[in-house]
Design a protein around this ligand. Structure first.
Ligand SMILES: *Cc1c(COP(=O)(O)O)cnc(C)c1O
Length: 446
């Protein structure tokens, strides 16, 4: 029996130097710098021409007709909801385990968020829970391809069709991923996503919305872009009266330092994520059959792929490791490797007071139900199984370096196979709800 490093044994990474390149992201070249500096020297940060070019190129890459860039992913999602016509009194279904921006801005539109469970293996919206969430006021479903894992689009789209619901895909974790041979972001009426610094497709601070529907596109432009909200750009009827003003009351355009950078990043993106895919798949192949930790990934034989593997995760099954808490498991891995796993993923959104009590407009009612036909918070009681999901992040390999990846796999295996050494350290309250509302980008908060 090998003694675990947490208990004084020799760490797997003893004397090993981890090459910086393994985790460096985004990868950039001189061309990225040149593109950014050109905008800088031309003083066109607030212009539109570079952004328009990026939108065209991104739409072609994403295999959709139209793309609208905006200042961040949060804004792209609110825009998507408004473009589809989500309004006061409507309900929108969203998985509870996701980043807040997937759905929080629905409250700005007066719509009520109904939270659905996620599937314990995919951590994506569980299609079996949709019926429970449905009501005569349901207007749309927001689907998140969580941590790069494609959601069950066949069943979700069939349900939406049957009940005449719109679908928004939040692709913030999954640019470039595939579901049964089709790119993620091509299933919903609209897809919206973040392209901020840490996402797989990473371009500074940026968001983008894509659709095949000209009316949605026009509404999105009118909502975000006061300078583009005019007869040159917009053909959908009913908007003319409001030309030259942003209908959101906010400035949503993208900074061209970011869109110039994004144009260059897009050229190599597919190649780069191929390497990430190879790296993380290799890691998981090495851990096949190890108890306690289960791969959060798809079977690629079906033509589905994990995208850029945005913060790859393992699903933790403590019952296979004598009830060992995930916190202790992660501490033991850290002692072997120096890698600190983020435990728990995004906390379930429904437990945050912003979805329970917060009254943002002083209407005397929580914003979540300010215009609702029923108290949708009642449905949160059905979300217990999503609260119990345990997962942890893996080292986020950005390139294929088999020797080092083998060492990480060895460390995870060592802890899983020697878990009994740790059981005595277990404290009573270990394993209670763990996670975070958002991830930290850097070790230091810059
Ligand atoms: C990051 C993220 C967003 C929001 O994007 P920002 O660019 O940070 O505004 C939305 N949805 C999900 C799932 C995200 O992870």
């Amino acid at each position: 029996m090998e003694k675990l490093a947490l208990l004084g044994g020799k760490p797997v990474f003893d004397g090993v130097e981890v090459p910086e390149k393994l985790f460096k992201w985004p990868v950039f070249k001189q061309e990225d710098e040149d593109a950014i500096l050109e905008v800088f020297h031309d003083n066109t940060m607030s212009g539109n021409l570079v952004t328009r070019k990026f939108e065209e190129e991104f739409a072609a890459w994403q295999q959709r007709k139209y793309a609208v860039a905006c200042c961040n992913g949060t804004m792209s999602l609110q825009t998507a909801m408004w473009a589809l016509g989500l309004k006061a009194g409507d309900e929108v279904i969203c998985p509870t385990k996701t980043y807040w921006a997937s759905c929080l801005s629905a409250q700005n539109l007066g719509a009520a968020v109904v939270f659905a469970n996620v599937d314990p293996d995919t951590m994506c919206l569980d299609p079996d829970d949709l019926e429970r969430c449905l009501s005569p006021w349901t207007k749309a479903i927001i689907v998140v391809h969580y941590y790069g894992h494609p959601a069950d689009m066949d069943r979700i789209m069939a349900f939406a069709k049957k009940h005449d619901l719109k679908v928004i895909e939040d692709v913030s974790h999954a640019q470039g991923g595939m579901y049964k041979g089709k790119r993620l972001g091509t299933f919903g009426d609209i897809a919206a996503m973040s392209l901020m610094s840490m996402k797989s497709f990473s371009c500074g601070e940026l968001g983008i919305m894509v659709t095949d529907d000209k009316a949605y596109y026009d509404r999105a432009v009118a909502y975000l872009h006061y300078e583009r909200n005019n007869a040159d750009n917009i053909t959908t009827e009913g908007l003319e009266e409001y030309f030259h003003m942003p209908l959101s009351g906010m400035k949503g355009r993208a900074n061209q330092l970011c869109t110039a950078y994004a144009r260059v990043q897009l050229k190599d993106y597919d190649e780069r994520i191929k390497d990430i895919r190879k790296a993380v798949n290799y890691f998981w192949d090495l851990l096949e059959g190890v108890p306690g930790i289960h791969a959060h990934r798809v079977d690629e034989k079906e033509g589905s792929t994990m995208a850029g593997w945005y913060i790859p995760h393992f699903i933790y099954r403590k019952e296979e490791l004598g009830g060992l808490s995930i916190r202790l498991f992660a501490d033991a891995v850290e002692a072997e490797t120096g890698f600190k796993s983020g435990v728990g993923g995004n906390l379930p959104l429904h437990i945050h007071p912003i979805f329970q009590t917060f009254d943002s407009m002083g209407l005397g009612k929580p914003s979540r139900i300010a215009f609702a036909h029923r108290d949708v918070r009642e449905l949160d009681k059905g979300l217990e199984r999503s609260e119990k999901i345990e997962c942890g992040s893996l080292p986020y390999f950005r390139c294929y370096m088999p020797e080092i990846i083998e060492l990480y796999a060895k460390a995870f295996r060592k802890v899983a196979e020697n878990y009994e050494q740790l059981l005595d350290l277990q404290k009573e309250n270990d394993g209670t709800l763990d996670g975070q509302w958002y991830g930290k980008v850097n070790k230091t908060d810059k």
